[in-house]
Design a protein. Structure first.
Lengths: 476, 475
């Protein structure tokens, strides 16, 4: 489908798991696969940062390979900052950030940026909203002008709110209502949490999409879009000094604000397995498992990531081999530790072949997970996982976009961008015992939510289309 | 989680570009240069290119074997795609698992996919694993096992992936239905990955025979880019591939040029319960050597190739009818399609289709304003460098040049060609390459009961169910 649609609502689900997880090993005593090379990240000494008087942090990585710049503005607000009635607002707000200020008409942001050779996008997750510009260095001044203008002077045109509402609803229909995968993931996430706002789908519930008000947007802007709630990262054909000067000129005048209130709710411990069943026409049934897991900055994070790589990454992974190749009980197995500010979920997503019995799959899967807890993983598996992290790390660092993205992730979720450069050593230190402990921590039945999607029983009438009230008519 | 059904058809559809932008919006491109590299042909006809680029300790490869879906036996689309998928599922001394483990064990990657005219291979390894990389690549291309169990498992899974795509992302099937409707019996009309029905009829023998006939040194080109020593690579590659025989048959006959269609053909694919209609409007466009390429890129950028394009402005920005709308050209050895693609809520199907057709009509009858042309030029030039940033980008770009027999000027002269495009040339390609709204193949995937009446006015409608095991109602 069109892939420049700006803005994706990423519910920490299927379409992207933030790869905070990159690491590389410096040595490993495994038999079989070779250890990853000992390497220092080249150019790491080129990274500089400063904090403006208004509290906005700026991080710059000079890389003059191509005459371009990648800019990421990380705003610490996502669907976890929502409450019932305004679910989806963080993501909707992100759309509205392109739709005009007191100085500029709706659409001018895109028109100007594109006319100087730049493109842009943005995404919203449970935790953050991130704005991205990819521009030739000749468009730097304009880029700072546009970014500062929308932070300082955002304005809402009621007509645009209505048409943008239609756009977001269309996104929801594409990814959730017309998608068995999206639909089940949303149900599992909503079932897994009883108190914490991670239960809200980032795209928003249909009734809320239809009800967001101008005042909701205004309040949201005032509360969350303070410069001291943003981190700006640039990588590319720039010097730190020129970027700091641009930031001082354009961004520093925006006044600091009261920090947004913290998310108070913590999720109480889950004390028993939950199951959610969805009946929708499906040739290929789905079985999703979501286990309660720690937050992104948990010291066990690297071990959990390596565990999930061992279990689900690629054709050599343990669960793929067992369920897809040997038992033919699944056509696809994937999984990930979804990392956020608060304790969240570790997912397993299975797509099953037509006609297979779900309980049979679940039994084999449960046995395999129990085995990982009881016996851990092999040295060869751990080495493979570390090497996969190493190559992913290098591939990302080969582009200015990857550099800006990784610096921001480490700064925002781990508290310091420099931890990016420690990641190799951090991952290298993970032992088989650590991975086994991680398995024991994660794979607890009483901490999980099981989601099953399959066709309704043959004798009953087909399930109606999921409740999807008509979207408001768009007013051109 | 990905729907693996749509395996990436990488190098061959990648439109490679590179320009250094000097300054400002209307920048003159300067010094566009493909990095120094070597090209040599082994006595058996294998072509090899080596491009050193040492920013990160990786080596990327990109290659192709001529044939692809074009070489599928009559009535069995999908054989080439299965061959591609099975290359690494047991090869040389390794079983399927051992191969996967060898690749992942060192953090490498290996992918093969069938495109319309070639099977492409792509991957990346840490530089220190270069010997293993070459061994695995040679095994996969020259010594695949095509073991019976692996074949059945893989084929059956491919069938399930098509079903899974129908369950969770029908929009990715649009162009497969569309090409069958637009190109008919021309090879570009075949589903490259096969259909549920065609896959079920393919045997292990078909796959073995495809490989025996269509794989060989003289049909193959391999490009390596990254942290490599050309001397070492040349020696190792000569040893690994020097003994490879030529293929038993020459690469297939020249492709006929597919005719453009006149009038409208409409295919309605019924997906009961769908809450949106996904649509695709197309006609035959232009080929890879099209002389107006730079102007075409600029006009398509304005029409449907960027966020503020005419199409996206009408269907998304101004009306809120859709999350997105875009247009693109597929340019092969012979003309592929120009296609518009979007989607909208079921009740707005006609409204969105009318708007899309209106924009096309306006494009055909209007003219491109100089200011818009400048904006498009700046955009294409400005985004260009990010498409040739990494060693993997360069490997794919060089493979692309080799496949289509394009000279270095295709990359190095592109910036200059862009800067020369004037409104007259833009008008000429608009007239020549973009279809009239009255001449279109139209595919809609949606809830037929709710949209059947609306759709009738766009042309003679043929209807089929999304559950049918083919991508065309004719079967």
């Amino acid at each position: 489908m069109p892939d420049f649609p700006r803005s994706r609502a990423l519910s920490s689900l299927v379409w992207m798991i933030s790869p905070l997880i990159l690491g590389m090993a410096t040595s490993a005593g495994a038999a079989g696969a070779k250890p990853a090379p000992a390497t220092v990240v080249p150019g790491a000494e080129q990274v500089r940062s400063t904090t403006l008087a208004n509290g906005m942090k700026i991080i710059v990585w000079t890389d003059r390979d191509i005459p371009n710049v990648a800019l990421y503005n990380w705003v610490r607000v996502g669907s976890r900052n929502e409450v019932p009635g305004i679910t989806g607002l963080a993501h909707f707000f992100e759309h509205m950030m392109f739709n005009g200020s007191s100085k500029r008409q709706p659409g001018e942001f895109d028109r100007l940026l594109e006319s100087q050779g730049g493109s842009n996008n943005a995404f919203t997750t449970d935790n953050v909203t991130v704005y991205q510009d990819w521009v030739p260095r000749s468009a730097l001044d304009l880029t700072f002008d546009l970014e500062s203008d929308r932070l300082a002077n955002l304005a809402f045109d009621p007509k645009v709110i209505e048409s943008e509402r239609g756009v977001v609803y269309s996104e929801r229909r594409l990814r959730t209502e017309d998608s068995n995968e999206g639909f089940l993931a949303e149900q599992v996430q909503a079932t897994a949490f009883v108190a914490h706002p991670y239960q809200f789908p980032t795209i928003g519930w249909p009734a809320d999409i239809q009800s967001w008000k101008l005042e909701d947007l205004q309040r949201f802007f005032k509360t969350h879009y303070a410069p001291n709630n943003c981190t700006l990262v640039l990588a590319g054909d720039v010097s730190a000094d020129e970027i700091f000067a641009l930031a001082k000129k354009y961004l520093e005048p925006i006044p600091r604000q009261e920090p947004p209130p913290p998310v108070r709710t913590t999720e109480p411990e889950q004390l028993g397995e939950k199951t959610v069943r969805v009946e929708r026409e499906a040739s290929t049934p789905l079985l999703y498992l979501a286990y309660k897991s720690p937050a992104a900055n948990d010291p066990q994070g690297p071990a959990i990531n390596l565990l999930m790589t061992i279990l689900t990454d690629g054709d050599a992974s343990r669960l793929h081999r067992l369920l897809v190749e040997e038992k033919k009980l699944a056509i696809d197995v994937s999984g990930a530790f979804s990392e956020g500010f608060d304790p969240g979920l570790t997912w397993l997503w299975l797509t099953l072949p037509e006609g297979v019995k779900v309980p049979e799959v679940q039994k084999v899967l449960d046995d395999a997970l129990a085995q990982a807890v009881a016996q851990g993983v092999t040295e060869a598996e751990l080495t493979r996982a570390k090497n996969l992290f190493a190559s992913t790390f290098w591939k990302k660092l080969a582009t200015i976009d990857g550099k800006a993205s990784l610096l921001g992730e480490f700064e925002v979720f781990n508290g310091d961008y420099r931890k990016l450069f420690d990641a190799p050593a951090t991952y290298e230190k993970v032992t088989r015992e650590d991975v086994q402990k991680a398995a024991a921590l994660i794979f607890q039945d009483r901490h999980r939510t099981v989601g099953i999607l399959q066709s309704p029983p043959a004798e009953s009438a087909p399930a109606p289309t999921p409740a999807a009230p008509a979207a408001p008519e768009a007013k051109p | 989680m990905s729907l693996k059904f749509l395996r990436p058809v990488v190098a061959l559809l990648l439109s490679a570009m590179w320009v250094n932008v000097a300054a400002a919006a209307a920048a003159e491109p300067v010094g566009v240069k493909i990095p120094a590299h070597q090209r040599f042909v082994l006595p058996n006809g294998l072509t090899i290119l080596l491009l050193p680029k040492k920013d990160v300790p990786l080596i990327a490869f990109s290659g192709f074997v001529r044939g692809g879906a074009l070489a599928d036996p009559a009535g069995k689309p999908g054989v080439g795609s299965l061959v591609a998928g099975l290359l690494d599922r047991g090869a040389g001394k390794r079983s399927a698992f051992e191969f996967a483990d060898a690749v992942a064990g060192v953090g490498g990657s290996f992918e093969a996919a069938a495109g319309p005219e070639a099977i492409s291979v792509n991957g990346q390894f840490l530089a220190r694993d270069r010997a293993l990389m070459i061994e695995l690549l040679a095994d996969a291309l020259m010594r695949p096992h095509f073991d019976a169990d692996e074949f059945t498992k893989y084929r059956d899974r491919d069938i399930e992936f098509i079903k899974s795509a129908k369950d969770s992302d029908p929009s990715q099937l649009l162009s497969i239905y569309g090409r069958a409707l637009l190109f008919g019996t021309h090879p570009y009309g075949r589903p490259q990955g096969g259909s549920e029905r065609s896959l079920a009829a393919i045997t292990q023998g078909d796959v073995v025979s495809y490989h025996a006939t269509n794989f060989g040194a003289e049909r193959t080109t391999l490009v390596f880019a990254g942290d490599l020593d050309p001397k070492w690579m040349k020696k190792a590659l000569t040893t690994a591939f020097g003994g490879w025989a030529k293929s038993k048959a020459p690469a297939g006959p020249a492709l006929a040029e597919p005719p453009r269609i006149s009038g409208r053909r409409v295919l309605l694919v019924d997906s009961p319960g769908a809450v949106q209609t996904y649509f695709w409007l197309a006609n035959v466009g232009v080929d890879r050597r099209y002389s107006g390429r730079a102007a075409l890129d600029l006009v398509n950028t304005l029409y449907g190739g960027r966020f503020t394009s005419i199409l996206n402005t009408e269907l998304r920005i101004k009306s809120g009818l859709s999350y997105g709308a875009r247009s693109s050209f597929v340019r092969g050895t012979v003309p592929g399609e120009f296609a518009i693609q979007s989607f909208t809520q079921t009740a707005n199907t006609a409204k969105a289709l009318d708007l899309a057709l209106e924009t096309l009509d306006k494009l055909k009858h209007g003219s491109v304003e100089p200011a818009m042309l400048e904006s498009s030029r700046a955009y294409v030039l400005g985004q260009y460098p990010t498409r040739l940033e990494t060693a993997a980008h360069w490997a794919a770009a060089l493979a692309d040049l080799e496949f289509y027999g394009l000279g270095n000027d295709y990359i190095e002269g592109y910036g200059a060609a862009l800067s020369k495009v004037d409104p007259g040339e833009a008008a000429a390609v608009t007239a020549d390459a973009f279809p009239r709204p009255g001449d279109l193949a139209i595919v809609l995937i949606g809830d037929a009961e709710k949209i059947r009446a609306d759709v009738a006015r766009y042309g003679t409608v043929t209807e089929m169910k999304i559950s049918q095991p083919d991508f065309s109602p004719a079967n």
